[in-house]
Design a protein around this ligand. Sequence first.
Ligand SMILES: Cc1cc2nc3c(=O)[nH]c(=O)nc-3n(C[C@H](O)[C@H](O)[C@H](O)COP(=O)(O)O)c2cc1C
Length: 345
Amino acid sequence: MLRFLTAGESHGPALVAILEGCPANLLLSEEEINRELERRQQGYGRGKRMKLEKDKVEITSGVRAGKTIGSPIALRITNRSTELFDKTITRLRPGHADLAGAVKYNQKDIRNILERASARETAVKVAVGAIAKKLLAEFRINVFSEVLQIGKAKNKTEWKKAIDRAAEEGNTLGGIFEITVTGAPVGLGSHVHWDRRLDGNLARAVMAIPAIKGVEIGLGFGVASLPGSKVHDEIFYSPGKGYYRATNNAGGLEGGMTNGEPIIIRAAMKPIATLKKPLKSVDLVSKKVCEALVERSDVCAVEPAAVIGEAVAALEIANALLEKFGGDAVEDLKASYKYYLSRLA
Ligand SMILES: Cc1cc2nc3c(=O)[nH]c(=O)nc-3n(C[C@H](O)[C@H](O)[C@H](O)COP(=O)(O)O)c2cc1C
């Protein structure tokens, strides 16, 4: 089983993670992880911080001579932008963890909440996800993503303009992205218990990305308004292909298990909560009316959110793969996988 924990504040010294359960003998380099970190930092509409901070990971345990050795893998990303860490703030920002966090944790400085609630944490999550992606690639399972919509604009050519317009108005935009997983064999996840259903685990992982407010699989919300004959994917069989479908409305998941078709997940991201033209709010200490705090911020972050979506989806799929095929070394996992494929054939 893959497990991971992250720690670190947005403007603290570093972000760290420990990934436990990765099999031994997986080739792994910092450069491969850095490529994913770079992808997370791209995207039109990002704030100044992404230009300041070129994320680089340091692997401090679990890898020797370029290969995993089965022990916990520890990762560290140094934060270069730390100058805000000591700045106290009390003006609550709507759409953030500020209010609920300050009340719940009995804090008078919102910094103590926002530093951890910030999506900066997703940098190290992407690093952990990069390892899961690497493991999946050994089994020709690939995870990728695409932005489908920015604000109301569904056409790629309109996105930059929409983001520029929002920025000029001191506003922000959200959007929709889609994650696709190809090559997953039939039978990952399970129907037997709720917390082993892969659809549920994928939805939770994607929903837990900051600012994600909707997740759908396959046709998603579209299923509600269509009759069964237009929703369910008919089953075919040919000796060459085995079982296959002509449609994939189920998004590759039936009964909480992969059915051999590509896994399709879409997520809706809300507009960035920090507006240059601030919303009305209240000061946490004085309780007086104020304008919400404006700290260096993105205008739109759907592109990086899609990369984070890939990472968390990869972790769930890799976990389901390990649950099904076990093995402490990549070779054992492959042998078990090969046997399963031969049984299917
Ligand atoms: C990649 C990414 C970048 C983000 N950048 C910002 C940002 O610059 N400013 C901001 O206010 N919120 C940003 N957010 C969103 C907040 O982190 C998020 O809305 C907030 O923590 C509250 O969580 P919730 O929206 O899930 O309720 C970003 C989210 C992601 C996924």
